[in-house]
Design a binder for this molecule. Structure first.
Ligand code: IPM
Ligand code: MG
Length: 313
């Protein structure tokens, strides 16, 4: 869990950058004491309902993907994941004893009109700055909450003139998982709830070759001064199998900082510079182990970081 001290600091911050957390060492801790609870508390208490997860296939790295280069080269998807609702937080939840010495595990998936429409707005607004296409995912074939999701997303588009030009598609989440492998370039913005968004974003990330490259932003609503609360983190987890070996890819975390510069601190120019530095280092052929391919130079975590910093000087 997170200490009060850190939690209050994060409340006062313009942006929070979070390192991946969790690992087998803590797997057997009581649920409320697990490291993941800290992250979920931050998301919930800072009201970070909008999680943006870009999946971009860097041209230098098409060969790192397990998919054929022509399927993934030039890929640029933005996953918009709802982050403070759905089955992650729904009540009732828990594990309870039932008859015959059996137990029952319960989680509740629920969404309201307001929750659906505020995340839909984020997806639509982003799409307007991109290719104007939004694919909204749910399981309306089996879940009532999925039926509502589909209806409310559609209703918002139909109601608001500013979204008139959005090319809106609805897709069942399992089909979306399949289409991401078959023809990922059909997607521009993918809109999904908390759980489907969690899964689809891991899948989309892997299309690009490595989870080690992808940043994410979690944003709240604007307050009365026009400020937003925000948290930035790599999409990848803590990779406990490589802890302490100095081989992890730092790029996802570095690009998370660049998203913070762009979305929270209004420093677009600095964000551009940082992203260019990352591109240049990849152009130079430097690779951490996870994205290594023949003919490229393997470097450690710290070397990669230093090389990127050097490009900024
Ligand atoms: C993610 C992670 C988290 C989630 C875990 C660490 C709680 O998988 O950010 O995608 O499930 O949301
Ligand atoms: Mg995840």
């Amino acid at each position: 869990p997170i200490t009060d001290e850190v939690f209050f600091k994060s409340l006062e911050s313009d942006a929070v950058i979070l390192g991946a957390c969790g690992g087998p060492k803590w797997d057997n801790l009581e649920f409320s004491k697990k490291p993941e609870r800290a992250l979920l508390k931050l998301r919930k208490e800072l009201k970070l309902f909008a999680n943006l997860r870009p999946a971009i296939c860097f041209k230098q790295l098409v060969d790192s993907s397990t998919l054929k280069p022509e399927i993934v080269s030039g890929l640029d998807i933005m996953i918009v994941r709802e982050l403070t609702g759905g089955i992650y937080f729904g009540e009732p939840r828990g594990i309870e004893p039932i008859e015959n010495n059996q137990r029952k595990g319960i989680n509740t998936h629920s969404y309201t009109t307001e929750e659906i429409q505020r995340i839909t707005r984020v997806a639509f607004d982003l799409a307007k700055k991109r290719k104007n296409k939004v694919t909204s995912c749910e399981k309306s074939n089996v879940m009532e909450a999925g039926v509502l999701w589909r209806e409310e997303v559609q209703a918002l588009k139909d109601k608001e003139k500013e979204y008139e030009k959005i090319d809106l598609h609805h897709m069942l989440a399992d089909n979306c998982a399949m289409q991401l492998l078959k023809n990922p370039k059909q997607f521009d913005v993918i809109l999904a709830d908390n759980l489907f968004g969690d899964m689809l974003s891991d899948e989309a990330a892997m299309l690009t070759g490595s989870l080690g490259l992808l940043p994410s932003a979690s944003l709240g609503a604007k307050d009365k001064n026009g400020k937003i609360r925000s948290l930035y983190e790599p999409v990848h987890g803590s990779a406990p199998d490589i802890t302490g070996k100095n081989i992890a890819n730092p790029i996802a975390t570095i690009l998370s900082l660049s998203m913070a510069l762009r979305y929270s601190l209004d420093l677009d120019k600095e964000a551009d510079l940082l992203e260019t530095a990352v591109q240049q280092v990849l152009d130079d052929g430097l690779r951490t182990k996870d994205i290594l391919s023949p003919g490229k130079k393997e470097v450690s975590t710290t070397d990669m970081g230093d090389a990127i910093v050097a490009k900024l000087k």
